[in-house]
Write a new protein. Structure first.
Length: 168
């Protein structure tokens, strides 16, 4: 509604695959829910993905059934095996590129940056300055990174990265 701020009702895709950091995903998911956002676990197939800690996460929607235009932002959690799988997935690469092209906030944590690189998404704005809506964090900085991501999500889009034609 006009005048409202924050991340309430904003839809956030959390890309997962086998080997993802399950504890980190659960922490991020809960944090987003607590602030009224609508997170979804997205992967290439429905079912369960095995997390690096031996647990399982339920995939809520696939990359094909839930294209990037349905989401206000994307998060790629840590996990070397998951990042390697996602980096080889053309749907995941397209998802990331479209999120970037549509100027939406992006958070990648630790090995999640592998997908960012595979998608050829630049880590700076076209003018070379830092992109405030592209947060790249290490596993230890998750809380601060999620807070920065929420601030970018509250701003909705980073139009400073928009180019015509798209660079990515």
């Amino acid at each position: 509604r006009p005048g409202e701020t924050g991340i309430r009702t904003r839809r956030v895709a959390i890309l997962v695959a086998n080997g993802v950091d399950g504890a980190q995903v659960k922490k991020i998911y809960s944090s987003l829910l607590a602030d009224g956002a609508v997170p979804r676990l997205v992967s290439s197939k429905l079912g369960k993905v095995a997390s690096s800690d031996g647990g399982f996460l339920d995939v809520e929607i696939t990359l094909e059934d839930g294209p990037c235009v349905l989401y206000d932002a994307v998060i790629v959690p840590d996990g070397a095996d998951a990042a390697a799988v996602l980096a080889r997935d053309a749907h995941a690469q397209d998802f990331m590129r479209d999120q970037y092209r549509h100027c939406k906030p992006i958070l990648v944590i630790g090995d999640g940056a592998t997908l960012l690189k595979a998608s050829n998404v630049p880590d700076t704005l076209p003018d070379g300055s830092a992109d405030p809506a592209l947060i790249v964090a290490q596993g230890a900085d998750v809380t601060a990174a999620v807070d920065a991501f929420k601030a970018a999500l509250a701003g909705h889009r980073s139009f400073a990265r928009e180019t015509d034609p798209p660079l990515v």
